[in-house]
Ligand binder design. Structure first.
Ligand SMILES: O=C(O)CCC(=O)C(=O)O
Ligand SMILES: [Fe+2]
Length: 156
C-alpha cells in the first residue's frame, strides 16, 4: 500500500513555561497520516486519551512512540483506532520531540479504501475511497482538534 512512503519529519521545541496551567504545548488532535514514529526527550508532557481520561506517556530512554493515524484507521476499517493526544507544557525544559509522519503515496494520486480482506457481510466498509491529498486537504480545512474521519465515513 506504500504506507511507509511520504515521510515528513517535524521537530518540536517547547520552551519552559512559567504558567503551565494557562496554556498547552500542543492541543488535542489525532495525526492524519498512517503512522507517526515519535522520539521524545526525558521532560515528559505527552498524553493520550483513553476512555475519556488523559494518560501520561512516560518517557523511556532510547524508545520510540508509535501513533496510529487517521489513514490507518480508515484502511483498517476501524480495526485500528487513531489515537487522540496532546502535549502539556512544563516549568522545566525546554522539551524537544521529533515526529516522523508516514502519509503514504500522494503522487501519482493513489486511491485508498478499507482493505478488502477485512470486509465481510458482518463487517461492511465504513469509509469511502480517498486519496492522501483528499484527506489531508480536508483535514487542514477543519477546526483544530477535529479529525476529518467523519467526512469520509459511509452512512451504512
Ligand atoms: O511533541 C510531541 O510529543 C507530540 C507532537 C505531536 O503530537 C505531533 O507532531 O503530531
Ligand atoms: Fe500528533
Amino acid at each position: 500500500m506504500g504506507c511507509a512512503k511520504g515521510r515528513a519529519f517535524v521537530c518540536h521545541y517547547y520552551p519552559p513555561c512559567p504558567n503551565p496551567d494557562l496554556t498547552m504545548g500542543t492541543s488535542k488532535h489525532t495525526d492524519p497520516p498512517f503512522l507517526t514514529i515519535l522520539l521524545q526527550d526525558q521532560i515528559g508532557g505527552l498524553q493520550i486519551c483513553r476512555n475519556n481520561k488523559w494518560i501520561d506517556v512516560q518517557p523511556v530512554e532510547g524508545s520510540f512512540i508509535i501513533n496510529i493515524g487517521d489513514l490507518l484507521q480508515m484502511v483498517s476499517n476501524d480495526e485500528f483506532k487513531s489515537v487522540e493526544h496532546r502535549v502539556l507544557v512544563n516549568k522545566i525544559g525546554p522539551r524537544i520531540s521529533v515526529a516522523c509522519f508516514f502519509s503514504g503515496i500522494a503522487v501519482p494520486a493513489k486511491i485508498y479504501e478499507p482493505i478488502k480482506e477485512l470486509i465481510s457481510e458482518a463487517k461492511v466498509p465504513l469509509y469511502k475511497e480517498f486519496t492522501v491529498f483528499d484527506y489531508i486537504n480536508n483535514f487542514y480545512s477543519r477546526p483544530i482538534g477535529k479529525s476529518g474521519l467523519d467526512d469520509f465515513r459511509l452512512q451504512n
